[in-house]
Design a binder for this molecule. Structure first.
Ligand SMILES: [Zn+2]
Length: 232
């Protein structure tokens, strides 16, 4: 069942070690088949070099396991809340990549200091609030997803324009049209987190990229009149 989806999710998961985004098993990729209403995700705690496409777990949006021998990633409820709240997304990634996680631990939004950031993220990459003890006790992973959604709603952030965030004292979650694109955005978050850190090291007073420059860079790739790349 959904063999193509499982293969894609397996391959997207294998990109995480390839791009140096994970240590041990600290990361996961999922992708949704919107028509079937089913999500494919990495199994929990399985070494990347031992994982096969057959190990990928299929669930419905309520978290019921539909297929798979293994338990799904413990972060699955976070992925499911993002799919439910953001109907335009098709893939979700979570890692503990070093620089993005450092911004999460520092409790800071990652400001846009240059066009690398502006090409992919329109404005700051938000740092999502900590959960309360009650929220963690009640349903930690589900409430992590809801806390992300809460911030996007509260600040009127478009999830298609800001395809990722860092959760305070935890790490980054990114998303995209599919698993591959979500991984791509996870790489971008790590790179711009690193660049922002280095920028502040060189000049703690560095200002953000002027808004008109951010507008130009983001919109030429993602706006209604995008013209970057081939065939747009
Ligand atoms: Zn985590």
């Amino acid at each position: 069942m959904l063999e193509e989806l499982k293969k894609r999710v397996y391959e997207a998961n294998m990109l995480l070690p390839k791009y140096g985004l994970i240590t041990f098993t600290w990361g996961n990729v999922s992708e949704i088949d919107r028509e079937a209403g089913l999500v494919a995700i990495k199994p929990s705690g399985v070494d990347y070099d031992k994982m096969t496409p057959e190990d990928i777990v299929i669930l419905d949006l309520d978290g019921n396991k539909i297929e798979g021998r293994m338990n799904p990633s413990t972060d699955t409820p976070t992925h499911l809340e993002l799919y439910k709240a953001f109907p335009e997304i098709g893939g979700v990634v979570h890692t503990h990549s070093t620089f993005a996680t450092s911004w999460a631990q520092a409790g800071k939004d990652i400001p846009c200091y240059g066009t690398t950031h502006a090409d992919y993220f329109y404005g700051s990459i938000p740092c999502i609030r900590n959960l309360t003890a009650e929220e963690i006790e009640e349903a930690y992973e589900k409430n992590t997803g809801l806390s992300i959604v809460e911030r996007y709603m509260k600040d009127n952030i478009n999830p298609a324009y800001v395809p990722g965030c860092v959760c305070k004292n935890h790490g980054p979650f990114t998303w995209g049209e599919n698993g591959n694109e979500a991984v791509h955005n996870a790489v971008v978050v790590e790179e711009v987190a690193k660049m922002a850190f280095l920028t502040l090291g060189i000049n703690p007073e560095a200002g953000m990229t002027p808004q008109y420059m951010q507008d130009k860079h983001f919109m030429r790739k993602h706006g209604p009149n995008a013209y970057y790349g081939q065939g747009k």
